[in-house]
Write a protein that binds this ligand. Structure first.
Ligand code: ZN
Ligand code: FE
Length: 257
C-alpha cells in the first residue's frame, strides 16, 4: 500500500506535508511553518507524529516546531541535515547526503540540494514516488539563492531531475502563478509549458493548490530544469552555452521579475 500524502497550507503561501503509513500508524511531518493548521489535520485524522523532517533552517519551515510539540504532547524523532545541526532545532537523527533511512516503514533517500541555503536537504521515497523539495525545486521554479551559488543549485536540480518522471514533487510554497508568468518569458513557444500555465491559471482561480506537481511535467516545463535543453538554449540565444551559465542567467532574470 502506498503511503498517504496530505498537503497542509500554512501561513501566507507555505506548505507542510504529512506522509502516513496506514498499516503501521507511522506519520511523518515535513516542515513546520505554523502549528495550528498542522494540529488540526492531525486531530481530524487521529494521527500521531512519529517523525518530523526539517528541510532547511529558514523560520517559515521550523518556527512551528516548538508550539506543535507543546500543543500535541507528541515526541517524534526530529530529522535534519547534520551539517546544519548548529542552526536547526535539536535533531534526533542528523543525516548526510546519500543516507538511506527508514521513515514510515519505507526507505527514504537524503539528497543534499544546497543552493537556496547551504545544506538544504530533499528526501525521496522511491517506493511511494514522493519527493520533498521545499525551497529547492518548486513548481515551475526553484528557490532564491540566499547562500549557495548558481552552480550549486544547478547541480542540486540535476540530482532531482535524475529521479523518475512519475515522482510527486512536494515543494514548500505556492509561488506557481508567478513562476508560470516568468517561465513563459523564458520559453514562450514551449507548448507543454503553455498548456500547463492554462491549467495553473484555472486551478488558482478556484483556489486549488498546484503543489504537489509531477516531476515529468517539471522536466518538460520548468526553466530551471532545462538550462541544458537545446530548445531553451535556443530561446535564450545561448545555443551550446555552458548550462551553468544559462542557469545563472535565468535565475538572475527571475530575481528581478
Ligand atoms: Zn526557505
Ligand atoms: Fe520557504
Amino acid at each position: 500500500m502506498p503511503l498517504e500524502l496530505i498537503t497542509i497550507p500554512c501561513l501566507e503561501d507555505n506548505y507542510a506535508f504529512l506522509l502516513h503509513n496506514a498499516e503501521t500508524g507511522e506519520t511523518l511531518l515535513v516542515d513546520v511553518p505554523d502549528a495550528p493548521p498542522i494540529q488540526a489535520v492531525l486531530d481530524a485524522q487521529g494521527w500521531v507524529l512519529t517523525d518530523i523532517l526539517l528541510t532547511h533552517h529558514h523560520w517559515d519551515h521550523v518556527d512551528g516546531l516548538a508550539p506543535l510539540l507543546k500543543s500535541s504532547g507528541m515526541t517524534p524523532r526530529i530529522i535534519g541535515a547534520a551539517a546544519d545541526a548548529h542552526r536547526l532545532p535539536a535533531l534526533d537523527l542528523a543525516v548526510f547526503d546519500g543516507d538511506r533511512v527508514e521513515i514510515c516503514g519505507e526507505e527514504a533517500v537524503v539528497i543534499d540540494v544546497s543552493g537556496h541555503t547551504l545544506n538544504h536537504i530533499a528526501v525521496h521515497f522511491p517506493k511511494s514516488a514522493v519527493l520533498f523539495t521545499a525551497d529547492s525545486l518548486m513548481a515551475l521554479g526553484c528557490g532564491r539563492l540566499f547562500e549557495g551559488t548558481p552552480a550549486q543549485m544547478w547541480d542540486s536540480l540535476l540530482k532531482l531531475r535524475a529521479l523518475p518522471d512519475e515522482t510527486r514533487v512536494c515543494s514548500g510554497h505556492e509561488y506557481t502563478e508567478t513562476n508560470a508568468r516568468f517561465a513563459l518569458t523564458i520559453e514562450p513557444e514551449n507548448s507543454d509549458l503553455i498548456s500547463r500555465v492554462e491549467q495553473i491559471t484555472a486551478a488558482r482561480a478556484i483556489g486549488q493548490a498546484t503543489v504537489p506537481s509531477d516531476l515529468g511535467v517539471e522536466k518538460r516545463t520548468n526553466p530551471f530544469l532545462r538550462a541544458d535543453v537545446p530548445a531553451l538554449q535556443a530561446a535564450q540565444n545561448m545555443t551550446n552555452a555552458d548550462p551553468t551559465e544559462v542557469f545563472t542567467k535565468v535565475r538572475k532574470a527571475r530575481d528581478s521579475f
